[in-house]
Design a protein around this ligand. Structure first.
Ligand SMILES: [Mg+2]
Length: 348
């Protein structure tokens, strides 16, 4: 199997501010595998759960591929990546490419190869931390020409919960004409006291659920928050691998899977199965990803309760072609594999 790596700059139409940082652009690594005349595509994103930058992603994956992965199964290659301590965000690109290749080899869409239905749950679009004035401008830009029906609001502002409330009140007002379902992601920006207060406050203001109220590492405090909660609580940063779920399964309502945190589809499927085994709801989200890894995520989203696959809609431009919004659903192209590819291979 021939493996090659292509570093491409992704720029966001609107920079995204969350509780811990602002992201406007990043270099992602596109992983191309080729064997028997069939090409598979994957994508790795640097960041908190992966390598620091594109160069590190490439050197980590080269180390893994040098061990001769040719005769190994995808799960054997994944185990090897753990042994070699390849970061999850790096390995995700190879794992996605291998599954794309496998489904193309079988001449089946990836969702069908995995025995999953096509997705039917509508995605949310995301609005970062911003001033109320910016909310007034941004909400129509996102929803005027969109069939999306959910809005995820980033709170946990470094300026405190008063700033969160002012922003949320404006979102509530600006989103009324679009009849949207609202959900909040604090990205760990609250302490326990503020989280308790905000959950109660949001429960009276049409919020469906709250994601990652407490910082990663504060999972034990979820217990206090969970008792008598007025909204469902999901974790995101606190959930990377399936075995993480055991620690807090009694104190959350659901978990958010991201392929860049789990290291791709192989472990992603385990995260979903584990969450279901513990009776939890499931969500799938994304990082700064193009439609290549979004298409892989969309391909496994058929049984997932809440969908947040929107990063590729915010790229200027998306270097790839793949999953598109169809009646509010981020839908993979129905063709062999995950259905996405780099639009212009000459760009690599
Ligand atoms: Mg999140």
């Amino acid at each position: 199997m021939k493996v090659s790596y292509h570093k491409i700059l992704l720029q966001k139409r609107f920079p995204l501010k969350i509780s811990r940082f602002v992201s406007a652009s990043c270099y992602n690594v596109f992983v191309r595998v080729e064997k028997d005349g069939i090409v598979g595509w994957g994508e790795s994103v640097p960041g908190e759960t992966g390598a620091q930058n594109a160069e590190q992603i490439i050197s980590e994956l080269e180390k893994l591929v040098e061990t001769n992965i040719n005769d190994k199964s995808i799960s054997e290659i994944e185990s090897l990546s753990r042994e070699l301590k390849i970061s999850a965000g790096s390995y995700a690109g190879l794992d996605i490419a291998l599954w794309d290749w496998k489904a193309k080899k079988a001449n089946m869409p990836l969702h069908a190869l995995l025995g999953l239905p096509i997705p039917k749950t509508k995605t949310s679009l995301t609005i970062g931390i911003m001033s109320p004035e910016s909310v007034i401008d941004r909400v129509p830009l996102l929803f005027d020409n969109s069939t999306a029906k959910y809005l995820k609001i980033k709170l946990g502002s470094p300026e405190g919960i008063d700033a969160d409330k002012i922003m949320y009140e404006q979102v509530l007002e600006s989103s009324k004409p679009y009849n949207l379902g609202l959900r909040v992601d604090a990205n760990g920006g609250w302490n326990t006291e503020n989280a308790k207060h905000m959950i109660e406050w949001l429960s009276k203001r049409h919020c469906d659920y709250v994601e990652q109220p407490l910082a990663q590492g504060k999972e034990k405090d979820l217990k206090t928050l969970y008792e008598n909660r007025l909204l469902p609580i999901f974790v995101d940063e606190s959930c990377r691998y399936s075995q993480d779920i055991i620690e807090y399964s009694q104190w959350v309502d659901g978990v958010n899977l991201k392929l860049m945190k789990s290291g791709g589809i192989t472990e992603g499927l385990r995260v979903l199965a584990t969450a279901k085994a513990f009776g939890l709801e499931t969500m799938i989200g994304c990082m700064s990803e193009s439609s290549i890894s979004i298409s892989a995520a969309a391909s496994i989203s058929g049984h997932i309760d809440h969908i947040d696959l929107d990063s590729h809609y915010n790229l200027k431009p998306d270097p790839a072609s793949g999953a598109k919004m169809v009646n509010g659903v981020t839908m993979p192209r129905i063709s062999p594999g995950h259905g996405a590819f780099l639009t212009n291979e000459n760009q690599i």
